[in-house]
Each structure stands twice: as structure tokens, then as C-alpha cells.
Design a protein around this ligand. Structure first.
Ligand code: PHE
Ligand code: ZN
Length: 860
């Protein structure tokens, strides 16, 4: 049942539920369109409660209800039911009927693959659940809120060979299985899977000597051979969390299931993680190096949630960053440890700027801990996740590694079993360090990216940095208070030697200066090392200084940052003043390309030009209306000049990056392939695609196959390879997602919308599958110049498909409205075109609450 007037929910209105849930027993009788769910729940009224007994429930038919064995007729109300209940503990029983086969929203209990429009479900389809944030209320009537925690016993009846739920297996028999999860949990962590599945199994002995069975479950067939990497990643994660955080796993089994239809990446259900198959299945032939790294990180992320999320969960959904920010931070530490820390930091910051800064500086800006929402699904954002992780990183920088470790120990000890808040989290740090974190808390409460301006001065051996901070207004928050900002700074002398190693300047005022004495000559400062705070740094500098830092900075992040700043400055001047490619930049980039002492992965990152989005943000910030076509052209021109000047070097670099031996997805080999592909794209500008054609023909792994295809598509070649790719991979859904995406991502701006449009008519375009939808329409949005090409065809196409998908899957539709969030940056024509599409979407009858909220916020 969808409510007519969407309600805004406020953090300040939090009140606990009036009942404890002592125990939950569920029985599922599975059937595609008529699954029965019987629930028996022991409630105990709380002394401080108001006695109002309300259970959430949506999209289901109530068959019967009873209290202490006596049938009752509850009052059906908006979004659930109410009943008159005893003042003593009582047993609530209900039976409901639900229809997983027609659940295309992929929330609650559903089946995958989805039946085609009007067709019967695939006989091999599996049952699967997704309950975060509020999906459990589509399974049975329940107080579906994270602060209500209970122990669950689940009986599944169905004729599938594999029947899974949370916790430990208790009993298995013909057509049924019983699971018991001893750890109290909120309903959003409930999971059930049933189907004809095969396990890739392993085991691990934990730090206290307990043996845990590990399984990755997939459908029979080729997926069975894509589990080995995920299994090893899982074991690495479990060991790492023991070694670094002292956290041990707490059940006899840990199950992971791969499912093709999933709105997000993966889900941390207790003991039964459910993954979008794209985030767990890997093989060298079908997955790129980037896929391998991402899979490893997501497996770690979901596993780490067992402590940060499950054992300690969130009191309410406003506290989402409590589990997500911390878990993203933990998985970033894991990747940094296993791979290259600088490369991980650089790629994280690229992503932060592309998605979170974009969000924080537009109509969807919201605090890391929001104080209101209409639809919580709309708040699984880069701000909550990635900026949330940045806040943990800053906190660690401010208190130091030792205090951080102590605080985490205390957090786990004090809050194990709790549904906690950001206040609880910060208090742990205050108790351990004696620090007052009132000012730090502003990072959680105030939206927007601080601008940090710095000027410097040198007098009589004293070098002074003057900082000013200022955060622009965001929706609903006109004024901002100064934040505490940890600014990591090191000083180099003019020879390039480091004379003052990294130290943390703690800025707390709106304006503040810091001095360094006893210097022989004016130093060059390396500021905001390792990106010590999520701010936009404005620095009074010139390209000579940037080139100097690119050559000499000992901090790898700032070395890369200097190169990016240089490239960005050059590109912005090309766009806004029609400047020619700058020779100082080209020389510096050439030096990076040729510097064999640098990690290949670092070189690939340093040679990648700032994204169109990055340049657009920068121009907009400087009060210039960005022209996506001009930005595209400037990048092309600069890349072409670079390729020409590097012509002699490129073949050597390309050949030098060849990797011998069997494919290994580790950081070292992946870095070589990355730089190899970078060189290949540049070479293709010179040799008409000759080298890329050869690489495509010889490739025995997806990284090189796709690298070659991309290089060809970017020079408007590759027709034959595209056809060959489709013929080779048409049976592999995940690889075909790449095929859909590549053509659109690499399309020339004038053709991107047309190509995307044609692909939506391809027989394999299953728009209700979120991966396929995102692969195609997400790629269009990611092709900045193509999406914003004059005429608005890209806007119309996206809007058409959002309108089409919304009735089936509001969650994915809502997330896909964000390509429009930057509309006010653009010229009047583009603004009018986008606004018209947003208004057309908003005027669609029966538009979901999810999309209504997003479009309204974007329109402002
Ligand atoms: N909690 C999941 C994660 O971050 C993400 C998720 C949210 C998945 C909502 C599904 C639905 O790991
Ligand atoms: Zn998470």
C-alpha cells in the first residue's frame, strides 16, 4: 500500500518501540505466487512504552492473526496494522501470503531471474530476500526498525535442494530446513535463500581455534568456476579482522549467495551475505583487474559488517553512517594493506570527488548523518558511505593510531549487542582520549564541502601558512560553523629534499595560521598530504610549483595531486580561454611516463587526465558555466598532444608492461596491465588502432580484451571486435553488461544517446535487471559529453526509462535520477531541457515515493 502524501521522518522524533521482542519463529511455505509466512513472536511490553502496538506490513495478504492462541482481527492502518494487546508478555501469531515471483522491486522476498513480462517464472529461479532498510515488512507483520532486536528461528519448506537462512543449521530434511541464529538482530539483517544451488566450499579456523564452514553458493553452470577468488578474499578478510581489529567470527557457518538481480552491491545479512553476482563472481577471462579488486573489497566490507553493523547495529536509519562509514573505512584499510596504500588512497579520492563532492555541492547535499528523510533508500549515498569513511579517517588522524585502537576496543566492548548512535560512537573516543569532540561532530551534522584557502609567507627563517575555511550553504542549512580540520603538511627545500616531515596542523578557527621556524630558505609546502580532510583546497601557487611537487613530493598522494592540479589548471584554461596545450604540463607528464622508478599503477593514475566531471565542478566553482563539449574537446586535444610528444616512448612502455606467466589479479600485475592499457589508448591515437587490434586478438584475460576494445571504440573503430565480443560472450550476463556499457561509455558525444537508445532495443536488454539497466543508462550518464550533447536526447532517453522502470523498481529508478543533479551548473538551454524532463517525471501518475523525493529535491 503506497501512501498518498509522503511523510517526512525526523531524527528528533525518535521514540523507542513500546515492546521488547523476546523471540521470533518463522515458517516459510514457499510457492512462487502464494508463499505463506507464519510468524510467532513473543512480545514483552516495556514499562516506559505507550502500549501502542503497531506492526509494519506492506504488499501482503493477512490470512490470520492470534494473540496467545485466540484469533484476533487487527485494525489495518497505513503501512501496517494495530491491535489491542495484553499488558503482560504475549505470543503474537500471524499468517500472511506474499508473491515473490511478481516482486520486481527486489525488496522483501523475490525470485531471480525475474520472469519476463507476463511469463511464468523460470523453473531454475531462486528465492532470495533483501530486507535492508525496510524490506522485512513485505515478508511479515513486524516492528521493522533496527532498534528492535531478537533471536530468530526459521523453518523453510520448499522442494529446492538448498534452503538457507541466518545463523547455524539446526535440522535438514526432505523439503525443509531449520536455521537458528543465536545473535539478536534487527529484521533488516534477516535473509532467506532457496534454490538449486551449488557451493564452492572452504573452511577457516578462527583465532580461538573454532572451525567455520565457508560457502559461496551459485546456480549450477559456469558460475561454479568463478568462486575461488571470492573464497580466498573471504578468508583474507576474516584473518585481517582478527589481526587488525581483534574481531573473531561468531557462527559455525558463513554463507555467501550470488544473485543476478540485486539493487545494490551486496548485503551483510547475519551469516548469510547476499551478493549481486557482479560483486562476487570472478575469473580472469570474464573479470577485469578492477573487478577483482572491487570484489575483494566488497567481500571484506560485508564480512566486516559482522562486527560493525551486525553485532553493533544502528538505533535508527539516521545513524546509517555509524555502520557504513566505519565499514567503508575498514575495507579501505584492508585494501591498502593487501595492495598499494597510495594507489588505494588516490583512487578513493578520485571517487570521492566524482560522486561525493558532486553530491555535497548540489541540490542533494545532506549531512553525513541526515536529520530527515522521506524514503531511507534514497540515503545510501556517497555522503553517508564515502564521506562517512573520511570522518573516521580524520578522527583517527586527530587522536592517533594508538588511541584509535583503544577507542575501537572500547566501542566493541561497550556496545556489543546494542543499536547505537553517533553520540555513542563519539563518546567512546572522548572517554579514551579526554578530548571534547563537540566541534568534530559538526562534520556529521553540517552538509557541504569546506573550502580551505591557503596563502604563505616567509620572513627571517620563519615560514607561515595562513588558512581560511568556509563552507557554502546547502539545502536547509544556510550558515556553517568552522570545523576542526586535520591538515597534514610537510616542507621541502628548493632542492626537493624534505626538511620538515609530515605533521598534522589542527585547524579549529575560521582563520588560522601555523609557523615553522629556523628554515634556511623559503620552503615549498606539501599541504593536505594523503588527503587528510575531505575539503577543496585553494592554494595560491603556480604551475612551476605544481611541477616541482609532482617531481619531488615524498607523499605519494600529493605527488599525484600536484599532477592532477597541473592538468586541471591547463584544461580549465584551454576550456575557458581557448589556451593551447601547455608545454610545462606535457614535459612533466612525459617525465612521469618515463620514470621507471615509479610504480606502474601510480604512473597510470598520474597520466589519467582529470575527469570531465572534475573539470566541470572546478569551472562551476570558479563561476564559469561549464560547456561539456568544450571540456571534452580540451581533454581530447591535450591527450592527442601528449600522445604525439610521447610517440617515441610509448612503444617501449607498452612492451615493458607485458606480464609473463599465468594471470594473477594482484596489485603488481594489475598495475602493469593498467599502465599498458594507458599506453595502448595513447598509441591508438597514433597508429589507427593497429596495436589495439593485435592486443584484442591475443588477449587471454578480460582486462586486456576490454582495454583493447575501449581503445578502439575511443577512436571510433572496433565494430568487428564488438560483434566478436558479443558472439563470444552472449551467454555470460556479467560480461554482456560490459558489452552494453562500453559502447555507450566510449561513444562519441554526438552518438552516445543514439547508441544507448539502440541498445535498449537489443533483445538482451532486460531493463528490469538493475545491472543491465545501469550498464546501459548509467554508462550514458557517465559519458558526460554524450549525456549533455546539444538537443537533450540523452536527457529524454534517461527520463523515458526512469518512467518505465519506476512502477517495477522504485529503488533503482531513484538512484538513477542523480545524473540530473548537476543541472543548475549548465547554460540556460540545458537547464530548460533537464528541468522539463524532471517535471515530466514528477508529473507521472503514481510515481513512487522514492523517485518523487529525489526529483523534488533535485528541482529544489
Ligand atoms: N548494507 C549494504 C552494504 O553497504 C548495502 C545495501 C543497502 C544493500 C540496502 C542492499 C540494500 O554493505
Ligand atoms: Zn555496508
Amino acid at each position: 500500500m503506497r501512501d498518498a502524501a509522503p511523510q517526512t521522518i525526523y531524527l528528533r522524533d525518535y521514540t523507542p518501540f513500546g515492546f521488547e521482542v523476546e523471540e521470533v519463529a518463522l515458517t516459510f511455505r514457499l510457492s512462487p505466487t502464494a508463499t505463506r509466512v507464519l510468524s510467532q513472536i513473543r512480545f514483552r511490553p516495556r514499562l516506559d512504552g505507550d502500549g501502542r502496538f503497531f506492526l509494519h506490513g506492506e504488499d501482503m495478504t493477512l490470512i490470520s492473526a492470534a494473540i496467545d492462541g485466540t484469533p484476533v482481527t487487527p485494525r489495518m492502518v497505513d503501512g501496517g496494522l494495530e491491535a489491542d494487546v495484553p499488558t503482560e508478555p504475549f505470543l503474537w501469531e500471524s499468517e500472511v501470503e506474499i508473491s515473490p515471483a511478481t516482486n520486481t522491486a527486489l525488496e522483501g522476498l523475490y525470485m531471480s531471474p525475474l520472469a519476463r513480462d507476463g511469463a511464468a517464472p523460470d523453473p531454475g529461479a531462486m528465492y532470495c530476500t533483501q530486507c535492508e532498510a525496510e524490506g522485512f515488512r513485505k515478508i511479515t507483520y513486524y516492528p521493522d526498525r533496527p532498534d528492535v532486536m531478537s533471536v530468530f528461528t526459521v523453518r523453510i519448506e520448499g522442494d529446492m535442494p538448498v534452503l538457507l537462512s541466518n545463523g547455524n543449521p539446526v535440522e535438514q530434511g526432505d523439503g525443509y530446513a531449520v536455521w537458528h541464529d543465536p545473535w539478536p538482530k534487527p529484521a533488516y539483517l534477516f535473509a532467506l535463500v532457496a534454490g538449486d544451488l551449488r557451493a564452492h566450499s572452504g573452511s577457516l579456523t578462527t583465532m580461538s581455534g573454532k572451525s567455520v564452514d565457508l560457502n559461496i553458493w551459485v546456480r549450477p553452470g559456469p558460475d561454479e568456476d568463478k568462486c575461488a577468488f571470492g573464497m580466498e578474499a573471504l578468508k583474507r578478510s576474516m584473518k585481517w579482522d582478527e589481526e587488525i581489529y581483534g574481531r573473531e567470527y561468531d557462527l559455525d557457518v558463513f554463507n555467501i549467495v550470488a544473485v543476478d538481480d540485486f539493487n545494490m552491491g551486496a548485503m551483510e545479512n547475519k551469516g548469510l551475505n547476499i551478493f549481486n553476482s557482479s560483486c562476487v563472481l570472478a575469473s580472469p577471462e570474464t573479470s577485469t583487474d578492477a573487478n577483482f579488486e572491487r570484489i575483494e573489497a566488497i567481500i571484506a566490507h560485508e564480512y566486516f559488517h559482522n562486527w560493525t553493523g551486525n553485532r553493533i547495529t544502528c538505533r535508527d536509519w539516521f545513524q546509517l553512517c555509524l555502520k557504513e562509514g566505519l565499514t567503508v573505512f575498514r575495507d579501505s584499510q584492508f585494501t591498502a594493506d593487501l595492495r598499494s596504500a597510495p594507489v588505494k588512497r588516490i583512487t578513493d579520492v578520485i571517487d570521492l570527488r566524482a560522486r561525493q563532492f558532486r553530491e555535497d555541492n548540489g541540490p542533494l547535499a545532506h549531512p553525513v548523518r541526515p536529520d530527515s528523510f522521506v524514503e531511507i533508500n534514497n540515503f545510501y549515498t556517497a555522503t553517508v558511505y564515502e564521506k562517512g569513511a573520511e570522518l573516521i579517517r580524520m578522527l583517527k588522524t586527530l587522536v592517533g593510531d594508538e588511541a584509535y585502537a583503544k577507542a575501537l576496543d572500547l566501542y566493541f566492548m561497550r556496545h556489543d549487542g546494542d543499536a547505537a548512535t553517533i553520540e555513542d560512537w563519539l563518546r567512546v573516543f572522548e572517554d579514551v582520549t579526554g578530548r571534547d569532540l563537540t566541534q568534530f561532530k559538526r562534520w556529521y551534522e553540517q552538509a557541504g564541502t569546506p573550502r580551505l584557502e591557503v596563502t604563505d609567507e616567509f620572513n627571517d627563517g620563519t615560514y607561515t601558512l595562513h588558512f581560511k575555511q568556509q563552507t557554502p550553504p546547502t539545502p536547509g542549512q544556510e550558515t556553517k560553523d568552522p570545523r576542526v580540520i586535520p591538515i597534514a603538511v610537510g616542507l621541502l627545500n628548493p632542492n626537493g629534499d624534505e626538511i620538515v616531515p609530515t605533521r598534522i596542523l589542527e585547524m579549529t578557527e575560521a582563520e588560522q595560521s601555523f609557523s615553522f621556524d629556523g628554515l634556511a630558505s623559503r620552503p615549498v609546502a606539501s599541504i593536505l598530504r594523503d588527503f587528510s580532510a575531505p575539503v577543496i583546497l585553494h592554494r595560491e601557487t603556480d604551475n612551476a610549483e605544481r611541477a616541482f611537487l609532482l617531481a619531488h613530493d615524498t607523499d605519494p598522494f600529493n605527488k599525484w595531486e600536484a599532477g592532477r592540479a597541473l592538468a586541471k589548471d591547463v584544461l580549465c584554461r584551454m576550456v575557458s580561454q581557448g589556451a593551447a596545450p601547455d608545454q610545462a604540463y606535457l614535459d612533466a607528464a612525459l617525465a612521469v611516463l618515463r620514470d621507471d622508478g615509479l610504480d606502474p599503477a601510480f604512473r597510470a593514475l598520474a597520466l589519467a587526465l582529470p575527469s570531465q566531471e572534475d573539470i566541470g565542478q572546478t569551472l562551476h566553482d570558479a563561476g564559469i558555466v561549464p560547456d561539456p563539449m568544450a571540456i571534452y574537446d580540451a581533454r581530447e586535444t591535450l591527450a592527442q598532444s601528449f600522445a604525439e610528444q610521447a610517440a617515441d616512448t610509448l612503444p617501449r612502455i607498452y612492451a615493458g608492461m607485458a606480464v609473463d606467466g599465468p594471470y594473477r589479479p594482484d596489485a603488481e600485475d594489475a598495475g602493469k596491465r593498467d599502465l599498458g592499457n594507458t599506453a595502448l589508448r595513447l598509441l591508438s591515437r597514433l597508429d589507427g588502432g593497429k596495436t589495439a587490434t593485435t592486443q584484442y586478438a591475443n588477449a587471454d584475460n578480460m582486462t586486456q580484451q576490454l582495454g583493447a576494445l575501449g581503445a578502439l571504440l575511443s577512436i571510433e573503430k572496433g565494430e568487428d571486435q564488438l560483434a566478436a565480443f558479443e558472439a563470444q560472450w552472449d551467454q555470460d550476463r556479467l560480461v554482456m553488461d560490459k558489452w552494453f556499457g562500453m559502447q555507450v561509455a566510449h561513444a562519441h558525444s554526438a552518438r552516445a544517446a543514439e547508441i544507448a537508445d539502440a541498445l535498449t532495443r537489443h533483445p538482451a536488454f532486460e531493463y528490469r535487471n538493475p545491472n543491465r539497466f545501469r550498464a546501459t543508462l548509467g554508462a550514458l550518464a557517465g559519458n558526460t559529453a554524450g549525456f549533455h550533447a546539444p538537443g537533450g536526447r540523452g536527457y529524454r532517453l534517461l527520463a523515458d526509462w526512469l518512467i518505465k522502470l519506476d512502477p517495477l523498481n522504485p529503488q533503482t529508478t531513484a538512484r538513477m535520477t542523480t545524473p540530473f543533479e548537476t543541472w543548475r551548473r549548465y547554460d540556460a538551454d540545458r537547464q530548460a531541457l533537464i528541468k522539463a524532463e524532471l517535471e515530466r517525471i514528477r508529473a507521472t501518475p503514481n510515481l513512487s515515493r522514492d523517485v518523487t523525493e529525489m526529483v523534488s529535491r533535485i528541482l529544489g
